[in-house]
Design a binder for this molecule. Structure first.
Ligand SMILES: [Mg+2]
Length: 209
């Protein structure tokens, strides 16, 4: 029986078609390229190589490239107007409020970003907890300890907490610790995904019966 819902934020609580996360990635890659004094193309290739070791660009830069200015990184990746194009989503709010269990967010981003997005969407006061990168000491999904720490704070277990994310490796990481995970695959690109997969958040009701 599911007792808690743990949501990723970006491209989960709003559609990927707004291109918001894509722009964050572009700004972060540009920032990393400037820091490393490389072209963005070279940086993207390097980052790809480090992807299996570090889920986030920030962790990779800190662990392997001597990077320390975390707040500057977040300012560059997340300017104040980053979410201005995002419309309010009262339907999603109604849907989430009607779900029979409490909800939290676990994101590989920073709290300012989360608050901005939730403010634009009109989803304030829906989530009991927001676990961001600062809360997780700048360690990101899919590290097992990141999931475990969030579950500890919620007072729940992997098998009674449903985790929803749009990155297969994040969902895989959660399932690997015994969790119940669902991939949100909005554009039906992960057709052969071996674990539960949904196209729309509304389908979550099927996991709560
Ligand atoms: Mg996401």
């Amino acid at each position: 029986m599911i007792q808690y819902l743990l949501f990723d934020l970006d491209n989960v609580l709003y559609s990927a078609r707004f291109g918001l996360e894509e722009k964050v990635t572009q700004r972060v890659m540009q920032y990393a390229a400037d820091y490393l004094r490389l072209s963005t193309e070279e940086t993207v290739i390097l980052r790809k190589e480090g992807e299996t070791r570090y889920g986030t660009t920030l962790e990779w830069l800190m662990a392997e490239k001597g990077f320390t200015d975390i707040e500057d990184y977040y300012r560059a990746g997340h300017p104040e107007d980053e979410a201005d194009a995002l419309p309010a989503d009262p339907e999603l709010r109604n849907f989430l409020e009607a779900l029979p269990c409490p909800k939290a967010i676990l994101t590989n981003s920073n709290r300012e970003h989360v608050d901005r997005i939730l403010g634009r969407l009109g989803l304030e006061n829906i989530f009991t907890h927001i676990f961001d990168m600062r809360w997780n000491s700048f360690k990101g999904k899919p590290r097992p300890e990141v999931f475990q720490r969030a579950l500890g704070a919620l007072g729940t277990k992997p098998d009674n907490t449903l985790f929803i994310d749009d990155y297969p490796r994040h969902v895989n990481g959660y399932i690997a610790i015994g969790g119940r995970g669902v991939l949100l695959d909005e554009f039906d690109v992960h057709k052969n995904y071996p674990y539960p997969r949904i196209r729309k958040l509304e389908e979550l009701v099927n996991f709560l019966q």
